[in-house]
Design a protein around this ligand. Structure first.
Ligand SMILES: [Zn+2]
Ligand SMILES: [Zn+2]
Length: 289
């Protein structure tokens, strides 16, 4: 089940991972589609040029056929509010498909807190029941003020957005990020945790080596899933900073505090342009230097 813009992986008959093609946008984010007995949940809508609506329609309609149903309500939610994960929002909100009535939850603290019934943000957890399928939700601000992590009790997968993934973990609010990581550690203590799945892969298979920002073609990617060990490593790294932002590389990811303390420079902008140009020049033959 594939369209040029999206690669679709059926993890099981009620859980789909969609990844946006690097040819459409170097961010190539992941998007998640979960089905319960009563409704489906779409976690994120991808980056620019994703053209996600036809792919979601196709995947949902195949599920409907397989389950001998005419329709299922779809709730659109987000891991956080950044543009590379909400770009398909408008096209999904505009989707006029009687088989897929859409409920849209805006990627704001207010809307997120209300939808999941989180009493106090960010301390209290929330949840959503898709029908015989409960998803737990934790507020994890720090990368983005509206960030959440979702824990699917059915598969024991935790979806962590841009806060934990094999790549550069951009930290905008160090203290909030540290508390969010502790929240995830406490929540998962003693629980089965099959995989931590984030929204990007920027790390290569070579320990400590990541792909430069702007890379579209990554033939030697790090495996996508991380374990609870990553949370412990992050906790130790943050504790060692003692509140002073510091870039730290690890084997599988790096901690990367950003503005206002670390500004984008002419040098980083030039490196990004160079990477993009090189890759676009060799769009159909990325093996050539
Ligand atoms: Zn982000
Ligand atoms: Zn992102």
């Amino acid at each position: 089940m594939e369209m040029p813009e999206w690669q679709v992986h059926e993890y099981n008959p009620d859980l789909y991972f969609l990844r946006q093609s690097g040819c459409t946008d170097y961010e190539k984010p992941f998007v998640f589609l979960l089905f319960g007995a009563g409704r489906a949940l779409l976690l994120d809508t991808g980056s620019r040029r994703g053209n996600i609506a036809p792919q979601i329609q196709l995947t949902v309609h195949r599920w409907l056929v397989r389950n001998n149903r005419a329709s299922i309500p779809l709730v659109v939610v987000h891991t956080h509010s950044h543009s590379d994960h909400v770009a398909g929002d408008a096209e999904l909100q505009a989707l006029n498909d009687p088989g897929i009535p859409i409920t849209y939850v805006a990627p704001t603290v207010e809307a997120t807190q209300k939808f999941y019934g989180m009493r106090r943000w960010p301390d209290d957890p929330g949840s959503v029941d898709l029908g015989s399928r409960i998803i737990d939700v934790l507020a994890i601000p720090g990368h983005d003020a509206a960030g959440v992590a979702l824990y699917d009790r059915q598969t024991a997968i935790m979806f962590t957005g841009d806060s934990v993934y094999p790549g550069r973990l951009y930290i905008r609010d160090l203290l909030a990020f540290e508390k969010s990581n502790e929240r995830m550690l406490r929540f998962t203590e003693g629980k089965v945790l099959a995989h931590i799945l984030g929204n990007h892969i920027e790390q290569s298979r070579t320990p400590y080596l990541d792909y430069p920002v702007g890379t579209m073609y990554q033939p030697n990617e790090h495996e996508w899933a991380l374990s609870r060990g990553a949370l412990l490593e992050i906790q130790a790294g943050l504790a060692g900073m003692h509140g002073k932002p510091q870039r730290i590389m690890y084997r599988d990811f790096s901690l990367w505090p950003v503005a206002p303390l670390v500004q984008e420079t002419d040098e980083t902008r030039a490196a990004f342009k160079q990477t993009q140009k090189q890759q676009l020049d060799h769009m159909w033959d990325q093996t050539q230097p």
